[in-house]
Design a protein around this ligand. Structure first.
Ligand SMILES: Nc1ncnc2c1ncn2[C@@H]1O[C@H](COP(=O)(O)OP(=O)(O)O)[C@@H](O)[C@H]1O
Ligand SMILES: [Mg+2]
Length: 327
């Protein structure tokens, strides 16, 4: 199905019921991922990236979190309408996910090997029982686990953070997913391990053509791994485009700010990087006007009085800004 979309998210909005009333934390988000491609979802903490991922996986907290509008399709099927049992089959199988903190995904009382074997049990009927252990070992080798033969028998607490992350990635990949959702999987790791894991995801992707939704707050990682970028701010998409276009010519002042605050790998470490002034507003206080206006160096009265729409800027580019192309 080359050229066709693997994942299509169309205009989804997500709300939570809270003690202070309902809040809409994701507003009209759309994007597509084709097989073999990587889309990065980027934005500061609290912008709605993980909630978007949870919506795709149908893992929003029930009943107070829900998708209120829009459609999500995976290989042409409507994810939000799938029966629960079908969803269980998809998760960890055709769609799998890796998280920032592997301890939440790993079972503390099972060995690394047993947890990978369980994924094979559930999602790889093609593998005979006696072939499972060699396959587990292959998976651990594929994620470059040091001493995989002995590490197989280790419990999560006996492994370093980087090793646990590798086990979780091996589990996520063991079911041969068509789509991998990686939610800040390297944030807690040191730079060397981070680079190894990014290289690993790219490698495996080249081999099996899976699509990747890569969530991060780090523009450096975006440049490293993605084909396409979706920038989210305060629950909305503010800019989308191909990665090279976005880096060469960022349009939205928020995207520009994120790129400016990126540490340069080959530069002398600076004591202070330029940061975007101010903070992401709380969903209880999202303004009806431009949500970025109070932090934007270019905002004027009209930005504080009107609501910008996400509009086509150039082929393949969309931007939500009244000043697009003029600042
Ligand atoms: N279970 C929940 N109940 C209420 N609000 C939530 C819940 N989960 C997330 N949120 C809110 O939704 C917004 C988006 O969160 P999230 O998607 O986790 O952000 P990101 O992943 O971009 O850091 C935040 O304001 C967060 O506080
Ligand atoms: Mg998150």
């Amino acid at each position: 199905m080359d050229g066709k979309e693997l994942l299509k998210v169309e205009g989804i909005s997500v709300s939570f019921d809270t003690d202070l009333g309902p809040i809409e934390v994701v507003d009209d988000v759309s994007f597509e991922i084709k097989p073999g491609r990587t889309l990065a979802l980027v934005g500061e903490s609290g912008c709605g990236k993980s909630v978007t991922a949870s919506s795709i996986m149908r893992l929003l907290p029930h009943p107070h979190g829900r998708v209120t509008r829009g459609r999500i399709s995976f290989e042409g099927e409507s994810v939000l309408d799938l029966p629960v049992e079908e969803m269980y089959r998809l998760r960890g199988g055709k769609i799998s996910m890796i998280f920032q903190e592997p301890m939440t995904a790993l079972n503390p009382v099972h060995t690394a090997g047993a947890q990978i074997a369980e994924v094979l049990d559930l999602h790889r009927a093609d593998i005979a029982k006696k072939a499972r252990e060699p396959e587990v070992l292959e998976m651990l080798k594929a994620v470059e686990m040091p001493s995989p033969e002995s590490r197989m028998g280790n419990y999560p607490f006996q492994l370093s953070g980087g090793m646990r992350q590798r086990v979780m990635i091996a589990m996520a990949l063991a079911g041969h997913p068509r789509l991998l959702i990686a939610d800040e999987p390297t944030t807690a790791l040191d730079v060397t391990v981070q680079a190894q894991i990014l290289a690993l995801i790219r490698d495996l992707q080249k081999k099996n053509g899976m699509g990747v939704l890569y969530i991060t707050h780090d523009m450096g990682v975006v440049a490293e791994i993605s084909d396409d970028v979706v920038v989210m701010y305060a629950g909305q998409i503010v800019e989308t485009g191909a990665v090279l276009d976005v880096f060469k010519n960022p349009i939205h002042p928020y995207t520009k700010g994120l790129i400016r605050s990126m540490p340069l790998l080959d530069s002398v470490p600076k004591t202070e990087l330029p940061t975007i002034h101010g903070q992401v507003p709380s969903p209880h206080n999202y303004p009806a006007t431009c949500r970025f206006a109070n932090r934007c160096p270019h905002a004027d009265e009209s930005c504080r009085a009107n609501t910008p729409a996400l509009e086509d800027f150039s082929p393949g580019r969309k931007v939500r800004c009244f000043k697009a192309g003029r600042v």
